[in-house]
Design a protein around this ligand. Structure first.
Ligand SMILES: [Fe+2]
Ligand SMILES: [Fe+2]
Length: 399
């Protein structure tokens, strides 16, 4: 299927350069080029597009205004910024409307990969309504008490980096947003960052303040009718799964990068539940109520009612936000690792095991039942004899 991609830039030379650079993609992409925000909106209004790649500094309607209008009128559209570093002020205005950032000059491979990945991700969610709900999410809600804590810390005169990092790393929504920002081309950091402490250090307190206090990248959870106990439980489960996944990855002597991905995958693995609750509160409450009855799993009920699972929904958003394949796969397949095409004992294996162990964790420690684990998968990646040892390392990780 040919993809429809719209490029927007006020400089004809830049558009010419893009046309030349992407000539090889003509068989796969229908590419349309617009010289202004106004022209882009007219084109988008006439025919549906999948991805828009836009400049920020443009006369008339600037990129941030275009992104905002496009988000409202064409919510399914994947919105990517391609701009120069001098446009930071404008970019700050787009932190809730752009999915990803690329910086000029951008090489052909990076541009092709970013757009192709965004297109491929769309296959994860078939339903248009769901795509619309998820693509529209610019910030994720935070647990109210953690939101209060971070605002208080950032507004105080002696705010500390260590304290800020510590609060962010306890919140699912803040973790996702900070890592999306720190890894975007906007900050032009040389390598991939998966740890919050590192992210906060690299961004610095002033940038974090600007992002949180002016650009409002965090927000308090305010969906009516969701019991606070549900949120507290979900947050504890995510943090526990992250801690276990990291302990398992360390035990396996995996690289620093995979250990960070395992932690992050654990932290974000159930993010889809939050998204579905926000998007369809009534329906999702009924889904949660029905799951567990007559031994039906949550995934089965989600699939039946929504045609997808919380794993796919969370993975879709994190993919749109530019998270790496390892983290996206760990989220997408945390209940069914066997259907992931990559068969390795990496972040996904750690998160799959950690999720099960966290559910089996009680006052007497961890019950060794592996009730929901895919033992065939662990066998296929050579980990099945290690499972007992993993229970021990997870138990030590929380003592
Ligand atoms: Fe889950
Ligand atoms: Fe879970």
């Amino acid at each position: 299927m040919r993809r429809k991609i719209l490029f927007v830039d006020d400089e004809p030379m830049v558009l010419q350069g893009l046309k030349r650079m992407l000539r090889g993609m003509q068989n796969e992409w229908d590419m349309v080029f617009a010289e202004s925000g106004e022209e882009a909106l007219a084109i988008l209004g006439a025919t549906p597009f999948e991805v828009m790649v836009t400049d920020m500094r443009m006369p008339g309607m600037h990129g941030a205004a275009l992104l905002e209008k496009a988000q409202k009128r064409f919510p399914k559209l994947v919105r990517i910024v391609l701009s120069g570093h001098s446009d930071q002020g404008l970019i700050l205005k787009s932190v809730r409307t752009a999915h990803q950032y690329l910086s000029k000059p951008c090489d052909a491979d990076t541009l092709k990969d970013t757009v192709s990945r965004a297109c491929a991700l769309r296959e994860l969610l078939k339903d248009d309504m769901l795509k619309q709900v998820v693509s529209n999410i610019g910030t994720l809600p935070s647990l109210p008490r953690l939101y209060q804590e971070i605002m208080k810390e950032l507004q105080s005169e002696d705010a500390s980096m260590r304290k800020v990092a510590e609060i962010v790393s306890r919140d699912v929504g803040m973790t996702a947003k900070v890592l999306q920002m720190v890894n975007s081309a906007f900050f032009a950091l040389p390598r991939h960052i998966a740890s919050i402490a590192q992210a906060v250090n690299l961004l610095g307190l002033e940038t974090i303040k600007a992002l949180v206090l002016s650009a409002q990248i965090f927000r308090r959870f305010e969906v009516q009718g969701i019991p606070m106990s549900f949120l507290e439980k979900l947050w504890n489960h995510c943090l526990g799964t992250a801690t276990f996944a990291k302990a398992i990855a360390k035990e396996e002597n995996l690289s620093r990068e995979v250990i960070d991905d395992a932690f992050l995958g654990g932290m974000l693995h159930d993010l889809g539940k939050l998204i579905l609750f926000m998007g369809f509160p009534e329906k999702y409450r009924a889904i949660l109520k029905r799951s567990g009855e007559n031994g039906i799993s949550l995934g089965e009920v989600e699939q039946e009612v929504l045609g997808t699972t919380h794993g796919a929904v969370g993975a879709y958003l994190m993919g749109l936000w530019g998270f790496g394949d390892n983290v996206v796969e760990a989220i997408a397949f945390h209940h069914e690792p066997g259907i992931c095409s990559a068969k390795t004992a990496g972040a996904l294996a750690c998160v799959h095991a950690a999720n099960d162990l966290e559910h089996a964790f009680g006052p007497e420690g961890i019950r060794r039942e592996w009730a929901h684990a895919d033992l065939d998968f662990f066998n296929s990646v050579g980990c099945v004899e290690k499972l007992d040892r993993w229970v021990q390392v997870c138990e030590s990780a929380i003592q």
